[in-house]
Design a protein around this ligand. Sequence first.
Ligand SMILES: CSC[C@H]1O[C@H](OP(=O)(O)O)[C@H](O)[C@@H]1O
Length: 346
Amino acid sequence: MEKLHDAIRAMAWTDAGLELLDQRKLPLAESWLVLCDCASVARAIRDMVVRGAPAIGITAAYAAVLAARERYARQPSDWRTGFAIDMQNLAQSRPTAVNLVWAVERMQQLAFSLNGNPVPVLLSEAQAIHEQDIAANYTMGERGAACIDDGSSVLTHCNTGSLATGGYGTALGVIRSAWSDNKLNAVYADETRPWLQGARLTAWELVQDSIPVTLLVDGAAAWLMQQGRVQWVIVGSDRIAANGDVANKIGTYAAAVAARHHGVRFMVVAPSSTVDMGTACGADIPIEMRAEQEVLSAGGQPVAANGAQAWNPAFDITPAELIDVIVTERGIVEHPDTVKMRSLMV
Ligand SMILES: CSC[C@H]1O[C@H](OP(=O)(O)O)[C@H](O)[C@@H]1O
């Protein structure tokens, strides 16, 4: 089967600045923002113009280039002080995806090792982070697809494709590769309330690739499994703790519980930049709480009675014992635990 085209990108560096595809407007409109300063990129991450753990990390790396360019132009003799402030603000834009802090620390450590104008070297580093992520996604796509038997149907949650990464995707990369290998009968996608990453982004990506996709409301996932209609649930992650516990979009834990109950296998796909060996277990992962309004409305229109309140955790924690396999570019871990995760990350 011909290799799927890989044209979708969430971000692109240009001399004018960092271009971000505004994912808040998809699938109805494809519009790009061109951001020229670090603070604007931090706001764009917070406001989910760009989202998805690896995409957030790559975007932060480019934001570090913008910060260095601005600070060095303003004060060549003492650009580091302002740069450090920019990096702190950037790192605080969203708390759960460890890729953000990983990228900020990697860029800041490099920046402070440089003499003279840091921008050219930092830009090369940011571009390397971007390219390495894409390469990792193709590797994970092949490795994950190899776990899937011919004739399988799969369910995915949220968006883990080119829009959530540097390109191709993590869990959606596995689905792309498995489809290219003629292994899949059907692909199901949870709409993923309240932000609708599945309905608005995953479905859009798969339609672009001419891969048939069937959307379902999140509450239908367990019934789909009870009907025996999927053999795998395949998801991404925003942070994997040292013991293999996984933080991912809200609704992932429910899917994992239902999958285990119904004998459906559960795969987590994430680059090693998502693994946080400094966090012992899932209980120690910060869970982002987002605005109540995201639950109380849809498409900008209220859907709840005026006066109702909402609880809006953006992520939940799936314990390692509910995960059959974690796929990274460094290797595959079956039935993850701390020992296995540590051996993967050495
Ligand atoms: C490729 S991992 C993407 C990961 O990020 C999503 O969260 P958000 O859309 O809020 O950034 C979701 O947890 C996905 O699994």
